[in-house]
Design a protein around this ligand. Structure first.
Ligand code: PMP
Length: 557
């Protein structure tokens, strides 16, 4: 059961808020000598209203909610930061995110020393509610962040999915609706109040643990004034107010916001134009050969998977068109904001011209990557592999020793590798290790593509107290030779019989020959040497030769 007082940080609960001069007296007077301001009149010599009453009054009318349910901050980024500071104990508490998503949740968590639990979105970027609930049950996060429509994927998350989480989860569910005005689906705001116009089977009552974030930076066209909104129960809003800096929204911002709110009916026209331009971009960009896929969007941007995103990014930059490279978050993807009709026209033209030009991308800019999401009843595996960029390396298989071995592959293979596995470890380690190897092999197969320009072979003989030899050929046929005996049943919780199985499974799906031999006394050294040698062999085999041909007399691999 959700109880706000179980999740608020005890120091926040105990502390007394700062009370500013303008909080203590806000009536009318002729002489103000209470705030150490400069007495000589100018437009700005007085502090602004710390509670932004007029902005909230106008906003409350538009949103159909009471001003007491509204917090205003220096962008919704301020609300995100305050949530961490109000509810998460540094070094102890955790939050759950659905990746890929907006980067500030992670940044604020890191800044506040709060643990991050990540549940990958499904292949079509939706929530896996059952999995999220299982993580909540096991790890007890304080807050769940859901971005809907999600940045950078662009899709809306259905309300009933969010509600089914909110109704079971005993912490806060934060729904970031920064892009909500670009979708025909309504906001979740009505669910905050008792007189909800949208009672659902799930929600006849206000949802007490819901915090909804919105912003003036997107549909309202006011990113420059830095004004964000959080909507929640009066009790939660009171906590925001208790810990916020006294004058967090300046007078210029309040003034512009009031003008815009008074002319709120102008908003719809601009938003409709952006939505129809979004459609136009989809129509014109979909047929381009460079474009692999445009993901459905409910926002003012498109996530587009390109044959070669780096090439597109660089060529557009040369033309003065700046796109956002999100390929670290979703392989192969750039995020493109919908511009004015003229800007979109220029973009369409520039991208179409690119099609007519020979593919001149220098080999250094072409990245070979793959994202594999493999789901069975036994395991759920997400692998992101980048053979040309090392900056991503993350491992969570539930088996510490296995993570350590995978880390060897990334480090010594000089490749970017992210492996997230939720496996049936309560049964044993078998499926987790085998399926990871299968998915990893598949990732190599996909990332290597035609295998043009690769060295193809790799081998190494590193020596420790152990001697390990791994010879490898990405030649298109699976084969394994394994000559390595282990005399212990397990090393670091990993069954030694699974080592052979790991490499066999990898060779099956990567379609490579592996010839592995090892000898030595120390079992830990022996297997670590094998993984390191394997990594070095990969590094040699995937290295680019600089010659763009297929390394086979057959002409294909
Ligand atoms: N949430 C999401 C999903 C965003 O994409 C952004 C900004 N890009 C924000 C919040 C922050 O918005 P603000 O300008 O209000 O700080």
């Amino acid at each position: 059961m959700f109880n706000l007082y179980n999740i608020i940080r005890p120091n926040v609960q105990r502390m007394k808020a700062y009370s500013s001069a303008r909080d203590e007296f806000s009536g009318t007077a002729s002489i103000w000598l209470d705030a150490n301001e400069n007495p000589y009149p100018s437009d700005y010599n007085r502090y602004p209203d710390p509670q932004q009453r007029e902005v909230k009054r106008l906003l409350a009318e538009i949103k159909g909610i009471s001003p007491d349910n509204i917090f205003l901050g220096n962008g919704s980024d301020e609300a995100i930061d305050l949530l961490f500071r109000a509810f998460c104990e540094p070094g102890k508490d955790k939050v759950l995110l659905f990746s890929p998503t907006y980067g500030m949740y992670k940044v604020c968590a890191a800044l506040n020393d709060v643990g991050i639990l990540e549940a990958p979105l499904t292949a079509d970027f939706q929530l896996d509610v059952a999995k999220a609930l299982a993580i909540c049950e096991a790890e007890k996060p304080k807050m769940i962040f859901i971005c809907s429509p999600n940045n950078p994927t662009g899709n809306l998350i259905p309300q009933d999915q969010i509600l089914s989480l909110a109704h079971t989860f005993p912490g806060l569910v934060v729904v970031d609706e920064a892009y909500i005005d670009f979708t025909p689906e309504g906001s979740m705001l009505p669910l905050l109040t008792a007189n909800s116009k949208l009672p659902t089977a799930h929600s006849p009552l206000p949802t007490k643990n819901l915090v909804i974030l919105q912003t003036f930076s997107k549909a309202w066209g006011l990113a420059g004034i830095r004004l964000g909104m959080a909507f929640a129960s009066k009790e939660i809003i009171a906590i925001f107010n208790k810990i916020k800096p006294p004058y967090n929204v300046n007078q210029l911002t309040q003034k512009v916001a009031i003008q815009k709110l008074q002319a709120a009916d102008e908003l719809r026209g601009k938003v409709d134009e952006i939505v129809s331009e979004r459609k136009k971009l989809i129509q014109h960009l979909s047929p381009l050969e460079q474009v692999i896929r445009i993901f459905p969007s409910d926002a003012n941007f498109l996530l587009i998977q390109f044959q070669n995103p780096r090439h597109v990014f660089e060529r557009m930059k040369e033309k003065g068109i700046i796109l956002r490279d999100r390929s670290q978050a979703v392989p192969g993807c750039l995020r493109i904001t919908v511009g004015t009709p003229a800007e979109n026209e220029s973009l369409i033209q520039a991208l179409s011209q690119l099609e007519n030009r020979p593919f001149t991308l220098s080999p250094q800019l072409q990245e070979r990557r793959a994202r594999i999401h493999r789901q069975t009843h036994e395991t759920d595996i997400l692998i992101e592999l980048n053979l040309d960029r090392r900056d991503q390396h993350e491992f969570s298989t539930g088996l510490g020793f296995f993570d350590h071995m995978l880390e060897q592959i990334s480090k010594h293979g000089n490749i970017g590798l992210k492996v997230q596995v939720k496996g049936d470890l309560h049964i044993d380690e078998h499926h987790t290790i085998e399926d990871t190897a299968l998915a990893l092999g598949q990732a190599f197969l996909e990332a290597l593509g035609s295998k043009k320009g690769i060295s193809r072979y790799g081998f190494l003989l590193p020596m420790d107290d152990a001697l390990a030899q791994v010879a490898l050929d990405f030649g298109g046929r699976p084969w394994i030779v394994w000559e390595a005996d282990f005399h212990r049943e397990k090393i670091g919780g990993m069954p030694t019989e699974m080592f052979y199985h790991f490499f066999k499974s990898f060779s099956d799906t990567a379609k490579c020959n592996l010839n592995i031999k090892a000898e030595g006394q120390n079992e830990h050294h022996k297997i670590e040497a094998i993984f390191k040698a394997f990594a070095r062999a990969i590094r040699m085999a995937v290295a680019k030769t600089g010659d763009d041909s297929i390394p086979s007399t057959k002409g294909s691999l």
